[in-house]
Design a binder for this molecule. Structure first.
Ligand code: AP5
Ligand code: ZN
Length: 217
């Protein structure tokens, strides 16, 4: 299956993607994670992306589209994938369509995660991530690790993202509304979108997402 996950910052895309990709046995491709890996490895691409990310802006399409396509090809796009955070504007959505057409493939479903703005801000303020695995995601109040600051799954150190300050989150939300929301209508016109509530427990949201994917497939 080829699935796109859309939703505002903090909706739980990364959290859900880890479960959904495992259930469906498809790779989880997050452009945010790819940028963060490049930043921690000190690559030129990472240096370029960092400035935009810390300001809450989108990284330019010239950098992002090529990186996402290379990653899809690494796992052989025909085997399926779960895209998280890509596409993020109409230009990227059109580039993805062209890429898929070029490989004689198409998307199966677009899941749109809906969550109120005050919940987003609370989720991001408490988010803690594992340095070893971007799929190991915690929350300082709702989903605490057993030992403070240490990942339950791998013992890795937990950290807060540089772009998770309240000011940058507000900017990321504004960018989401102006640049990313239009892709929901773009995909709705293709009959691909299911909107699901991202409120409730992580398992409840996963169950909703799985039901939406099953009825799309
Ligand atoms: P990216 O890394 O994609 O960030 P984002 O879209 O802002 O989303 P987040 O990672 O903040 O949130 P999430 O929805 O994954 O939530 P999570 O599961 O962690 O992008 C970062 C930056 O990179 C962008 O601003 C941009 O600069 C750049 N970028 C990336 N892709 C790009 C592209 N295509 N083009 C251009 N630039 C790009 O959950 C959040 C918290 O909530 C966690 O603490 C979690 O434990 C908690 N939580 C999750 N689910 C629940 C639940 N059900 N109940 C309670 N708490 C929950
Ligand atoms: Zn970990």
């Amino acid at each position: 299956m080829r699935i796109v996950l859309v939703g505002p910052p903090g909706a739980g895309k990364g959290t859900q993607a880890a479960y959904l990709a495992e259930n469906l046995a498809i790779p989880h491709i997050s452009t945010g994670d790819l940028f963060r890996a490049n930043i921690s490895q000190g690559t030129p691409l990472g240096q370029q992306a960092k400035e935009y990310m810390n300001a809450g802006h989108l990284v330019p399409d010239e950098v992002t589209i090529g990186m996402a396509e290379d990653r899809m090809l690494q796992d052989d796009a025909s085997g399926g994938f779960l895209l998280d955070g890509f596409p993020r504007n109409i230009g990227q959505a059109k580039a993805l369509d062209a890429f898929l057409r070029g490989h004689d493939l198409r998307l199966d479903a677009v899941l749109d995660l809906e969550v109120p703005e005050d919940e987003v801000v609370a989720r991001i303020a408490g988010r803690r991530l594992c340095r070893n695995d971007s799929g190991h995601i915690y929350h300082a109040e709702d989903n605490l690790p057993k030992v403070p600051g240490v990942c339950d799954e791998c013992g890795g150190e937990l950290y807060q993202r540089e772009d998770d300050s309240e000011e940058t989150v507000r900017k990321r939300l504004a960018v989401y509304h102006s640049e990313t929301e239009p892709i929901v209508d773009y995909y709705r016109a293709q009959g691909l979108v299911t909107t699901i509530s991202a409120l409730g427990s992580v398992t409840e949201v996963t169950n909703r997402a799985m039901r939406a994917i099953e009825s799309a497939g």
